[in-house]
Design a protein. Sequence first.
Length: 196
Amino acid sequence: MQRQSILNNNTTMTFQESTAALNELRRDCAKQQKKGLHFILASIFIWAAVWIVHLAALPIETKNLLTFCVACPLLPLAWMISKLINVDFQGKSNPLTSLGLLFSVNQILYILIAMWVFSAVPEKMLMVYAMIFGAHLLPYSWVYQSKSYMLMSILVPILALVVGLIAQPHVLAGIMFGLEIAFSIALVVENKALES
């Protein structure tokens, strides 16, 4: 019985040590990557472009196709911004950085849903696209220990659904542009708290 108690204590200590080590990796990743600020800043430009596209006097199918096109520069734009704000873009020293990359790649698979909506219900494609964007933020709330990511991952899909059902796509695009600005400001505040 005493041996079992000792084993349980050792297991608990090992678990606690593992948890502490994992939390340290998460904190390090959040600091190195500035909680993904470079990607969120890049998304401001992407959503501004989407907004401009949806304000144009074009057929909805053309607007939807251009929406996919203007999102393509996200990665190079995030890379350029990472240089400006001093973020290690690849962050190879921390294994959680590659986990974050996997979360982003996961979003690409969900874009297939938006592509289906593109042909089935074109006037609702941007709504689905925004919902996918918002929902993909959820795992980052864990990696970066971020309340801002948690809030946005819940707020954006719900808001996109409501606005997408009652308003024109350009209204949703404008709201997304504003949300990304607010999100960036929240991340700047979180990063300052992390550094102190």
